[in-house]
Ligand binder design. Sequence first.
Ligand SMILES: NC(=O)C1=CN([C@@H]2O[C@H](COP(=O)(O)OP(=O)(O)OC[C@H]3O[C@@H](n4cnc5c(N)ncnc54)[C@H](O)[C@@H]3O)[C@@H](O)[C@H]2O)C=CC1
Ligand SMILES: O=C(O)C1=N[C@H](C(=O)O)C[C@H](O)C1
Length: 266
Amino acid sequence: MEKITIILAGPRGKMGMEALKLIKETEHFELAAAIDRKNGGKLISNIEGLPALDAPIYEDVEQCFREIKADVLLDLTTPEIGRKHTEAALRHGIRPVVGTTGFNEEELEDLAKTAEEKGVGVIIAPNFAVGAVLMMKFAQMAAKYFPDVEIIEQHHDQKLDAPSGTAIKTAELISKSRKEKQQGHPNEKETLQGARGANMNGMRIHSVRLPGLVAHQEVLFGGNGQILTLRHDSLHRSSFMSGVKLAIETVMNIDILVYGLENIIE
Ligand SMILES: NC(=O)C1=CN([C@@H]2O[C@H](COP(=O)(O)OP(=O)(O)OC[C@H]3O[C@@H](n4cnc5c(N)ncnc54)[C@H](O)[C@@H]3O)[C@@H](O)[C@H]2O)C=CC1
Ligand SMILES: O=C(O)C1=N[C@H](C(=O)O)C[C@H](O)C1
């Protein structure tokens, strides 16, 4: 397989550190550089706790993209920064693979437009875990028969965005297979604001944040005398890495924006 050179944004983050291991262990991947909030001018191998990779660290994204020739940007940062990095990568003809969540619909549309104009592939995947992708697909199937649904997502308490990218993607997929529907009693009233969760196309999404959690989601479907529950748990961030690998390999062969791993797994 031909070598794929990668710039990683967010190398000291929880996902970034797992991605460094993946890049180091994958023969046809090579870390060309990293983008970090600090440590500019150092090498990844100079940073305590990071693997022995002699790739330079940049704090200035534009300088990095000007000086480093790379195939792919892997972004695992924060919503605002991730969007800026993705736009800059597209301008420089570098293919973004974005795990960062929290982009809104308008931002996704803008990025899709830029990708198309530049003819540069992008993959934005709210969840790289194959089990989570299957949960979302099964939820889309089930909603045809069980249109009453609520989503409960649970994450560690350092997460910045709520609801999670996975919960939003799940609700989007479910919306494709059921008509918009107002759920619950038509006269229901919240006596405590937020008690019924967020409302997306009539579906309720509840976000739990607690130390000890990693990434978990339940999709509950209610029918006559029955409840169907779909649940996925990421117990470790290694669960995301086979999806990251697939996305990096796939982005080399596309020239548009693909949103969601379900569009590339067979
Ligand atoms: N798509 C997926 O399967 C998954 C997506 N995520 C998403 O990935 C993102 C990162 O998650 P975690 O690693 O858990 O968060 P984290 O908080 O551990 O890491 C984020 C990293 O971004 C870095 N960062 C912030 N501003 C930066 C800048 N200007 N330049 C370079 N780096 C910068 C921080 O220093 C930090 O190291 C989040 O948006 C999260 O929702 C997380 C897990 C799975
Ligand atoms: O922040 C996280 O941790 C995760 N974020 C993604 C999301 O918002 O869905 C994917 C996974 O749930 C872990």
